[in-house]
Design a protein around this ligand. Structure first.
Ligand code: ADP
Ligand code: MG
Length: 237
C-alpha cells in the first residue's frame, strides 16, 4: 500500500480524520494526564507550536503521523507527549518492559531529547533509558534493559541489544518514534533500520518527524506506517 499519496504537496495539511482536539492552542485544552500537564507547566510550556497544534490532536488519538517542520519548531514535544500519554493510558508499569522506542540519528540528539523526556515526564513513574554508542558499557545496559519502558536510542545501539541481549523483549511495543526521520532513512542506516523494523511488532503506533519532507514513499512503506496523517508545517515566505 501507499502510505502517502505520491503527489502530496509539501505544506498542505491532509485530513487526519476527526479529532475533537483540532484547533487547541494550549496544552491545557488537550486531553492529557495530570502528570504530563504538571510536567509541561513546570517547564513553562503553555502554548502549542504549529507542528504540535497540527499533530497532537491526531497522535493523541493513536494515529500514525508523518510530520515535517523546520528545526526549532518543537518536534520533540510533538512525539514525547503522545508516548507518555499512550503508556499512561495503558497503565504501563516498569515490569511491563519496553513500551516505546524513540530512535535518533545521533548520540547528541538522543541525549538532548532524553533530557526533554526527563523534564516533561518527571511526574510519571515510567523508567526510561538512553542507549547510545560510546556511553557506558553495553554490559551494564544488558542487565537493566528489560526493566526500561521508554528507550531513547541510536539505531546501532538498539540493534546491538536486539542481537546480543537475551532477555530483551520488544513484543509489547506500543509507540515507535523516528526523530530526524530523513536522516534515519539515509542509506547509512538502511540495513540497521530494516533489521530493527523486522523485529518489532506491526501492531503499534508510529510517529515520524523530520525537518524536511521525507524523501520517498517507498522508504516510508518499509517503516510500515498505517494510514498516517501527513503534516507539513512551513513558515510563510
Ligand atoms: P525541533 O526538534 O523541531 O528542532 P525542539 O523540539 O528541539 O525543535 O524545540 C525547539 C525549542 O523550542 C526548544 O528550546 C524547546 O524547549 C522549545 N519549545 C518546544 N515546544 C515549545 C512550546 N510549546 N512552547 C515554548 N517553547 C517550546
Ligand atoms: Mg529535533
Amino acid at each position: 500500500f501507499d502510505p502517502i499519496p505520491h503527489d502530496a504537496p509539501v505544506g498542505q495539511l491532509h485530513d487526519g480524520g476527526f479529532s475533537p482536539y483540532v484547533g487547541s492552542k494550549l496544552f491545557a485544552q488537550l486531553p492529557l494526564s495530570d502528570n504530563t500537564k504538571r510536567g509541561l507547566k513546570d517547564a513553562k510550556f503553555f502554548q502549542l507550536t504549529d507542528i504540535q497544534r497540527a499533530s497532537l490532536p491526531h497522535s493523541l488519538c493513536g494515529r500514525d503521523i508523518l510530520g515535517a517542520a523546520k528545526t526549532g519548531s518543537g518536534k520533540t514535544l510533538a512525539f514525547i507527549i503522545p508516548v507518555l500519554e499512550k503508556l499512561y493510558r495503558e497503565r504501563w508499569l516498569p515490569e511491563d518492559g519496553v513500551g516505546s522506542i524513540i530512535l535518533s540519528p545521533t548520540r547528541d540528539l538522543a541525549i538532548q531529547l532524553f533530557d526533554v523526556l526527563k523534564l516533561v515526564g518527571k511526574y510519571h513513574t515510567f523508567s526510561a533509558g538512553l542507549l547510545v554508542g560510546g556511553r557506558k558499557d553495553v554490559d551494564s545496559e544488558k542487565t537493566c534493559i528489560h526493566r526500561l519502558n521508554i528507550l531513547v536510542c541510536t539505531p546501532g545501539r538498539l540493534l546491538q541489544h536486539m542481537d546480543e541481549t537475551p532477555n530483551f523483549d520488544c513484543s509489547q511495543l506500543q509507540v515507535l518514534v523516528f526523530d530526524e526521520a530523513d536522516r534515519i532513512l539515509d542509506k547509512k542506516f538502511k540495513k540497521n533500520v530494516n533489521s530493527i523494523i523486522s523485529q518489532l511488532p506491526k501492531n503499534r503506533q508510529t510517529l515520524l518527524f523530520s525537518a524536511t519532507q521525507t524523501k520517498s514513499v517507498k522508504d516510508l512503506a518499509r517503516l510500515s506506517l498505517k494510514e498516517p496523517v501527513y503534516l507539513g508545517v512551513h513558515e510563510e515566505s
